[in-house]
Design a protein around this ligand. Structure first.
Ligand code: FAD
Length: 338
């Protein structure tokens, strides 16, 4: 069982900044994120695109904003739990019990849901029954590159991730075939050039097409049928599949926790950003209230007020004073600057 004062669901920009606001008030946090890395939409959907409306930062990319937030919250030493999706949330007395899809359990005094549009999930290969191969012969991310050593590998996708992993694994796998629906790639042109060069050297192959069927022998994948744009099919031997079709947010789990919602958004008040379940707060794109704007700066403001509300909930009867980071010795100590 993992414990902390507060569990933050989601490591998007708002979830990360929540750690900072809690830390200033002396509360520690554990952040649980479905993806393997922080940053939410900024990291997943537009890492290299510039954002122009973060106060006092004229221009910053999604990836840089994530790195800056991580630097800013570092003094508070939050625990991070990546690659785990919170699926269950229940009040237990004064505290909350949560459980992730991998079975990790959490016991905390308050919860902040900063789940954005939902938990990011990989877009899956659409072939009937193929999900039974997941984690064994079918993968949507690389955790341990050694598992592809000596394999006949098919990599699906036309973005940076697919091509990056083709380059990284071409020397380790026995054979590598990249499959993408057309000759047009979303990946950076330099990566596409490198891939074509490897094909010319005979170190890998590229097939324009899609997977249309697969063959098992004794329950093990042995080949995949590929169909090109003209409908021609061919079988390609393979014992490992790596699929990079991108990520889509799934609003699923949040909907099942019995909290008041408006469509896919959690209803909150604008003083505490608390949901219909006292002790459970919601900030960022996941919440709704009159006048809500889905902007990062709105989520930052919400994080500050939610932190104050959590502090007063955890220490009832005690006034929570507003202090400035410029002048408060206590805050400066917490920030590690004095
Ligand atoms: P997200 O960034 O969506 O992060 C939520 C995180 O929670 C995700 O990583 C998700 O995997 C995780 N999660 C969800 N459910 C669970 C669960 N059950 N368990 C574990 N983890 C979970 N905003 C601006 O202010 N300025 C801009 O210029 C701007 N440009 C944008 C450009 C694009 C292309 C897009 C798509 C958005 C843009 N936005 C912009 C909007 C901005 O990205 C969002 O407002 C912001 O990301 C919301 O942050 P968040 O932390 O609430 O949620």
């Amino acid at each position: 069982m993992r414990t902390a004062d507060v569990l933050v669901i989601g490591a998007g920009p708002c979830g990360l900044f929540q750690v900072f606001e809690l830390g200033l008030l002396g509360l520690n946090a554990i952040v649980v994120e479905a993806l393997e890395q922080p940053g939410g939409q900024c990291a997943e959907l537009y890492p290299q695109k510039p954002i122009f409306d973060i106060p006092a930062i004229p221009e910053i990319s999604g990836a840089q904003l994530t790195q800056s937030l991580l630097r800013q919250i570092a003094p508070f030493k939050a625990q991070f739990c990546f690659g785990e999706r919170i699926e269950q949330l229940e009040p237990r007395g004064e505290r909350f019990w949560l459980r992730g899809n991998k079975g990790t359990e959490f016991d905390v005094a308050a919860v902040v849901i900063a789940a954005g549009a939902g938990a990011f999930q990989p877009v899956r290969l659409k072939l009937e029954g193929i999900e039974r191969l997941e984690g064994d012969q079918l993968f949507y991310a690389v955790k341990d590159r050694a598992q592809f050593q000596g394999k006949d590998l098919l990599v699906f996708g036309g973005g940076d991730s697919a091509l990056d992993w083709v380059m990284a694994l071409v020397s380790e796998a026995r054979s590598v075939v990249l499959v993408h629906r057309s000759e047009r790639f979303r990946a950076q042109p330099a990566l596409v050039e490198q891939m074509h060069a490897l094909c010319e050297q005979g170190r890998m192959r590229f097939v324009a097409g899609r997977a249309s069927d697969y063959r098992l022998s004794d329950g093990r994948l042995t080949a995949v049928e590929l169909t090109d744009s003209e409908g021609r099919t061919r079988w390609q031997e393979a014992d490992s599949l790596l699929v990079f079709f991108g990520m889509v947010p799934d609003p699923g789990p949040v909907k099942h926790w019995g909290l008041a919602m408006d469509a896919n958004q959690l209803q909150v008040d604008t003083e505490r950003f608390e949901t219909s379940l006292p002790g459970v707060f919601a900030i960022g794109d996941i919440n709704t209230y009159p006048g809500k704007k889905k902007l990062i700066l709105s989520g930052f403001h919400e994080a500050a007020l939610a932190a104050f509300a959590i502090k007063s909930r955890l220490e009832p009867g005690k006034k929570v004073h507003l202090q400035y980071t410029t002048t408060s010795p206590l805050l400066r100590r917490r920030l590690g600057v004095d």
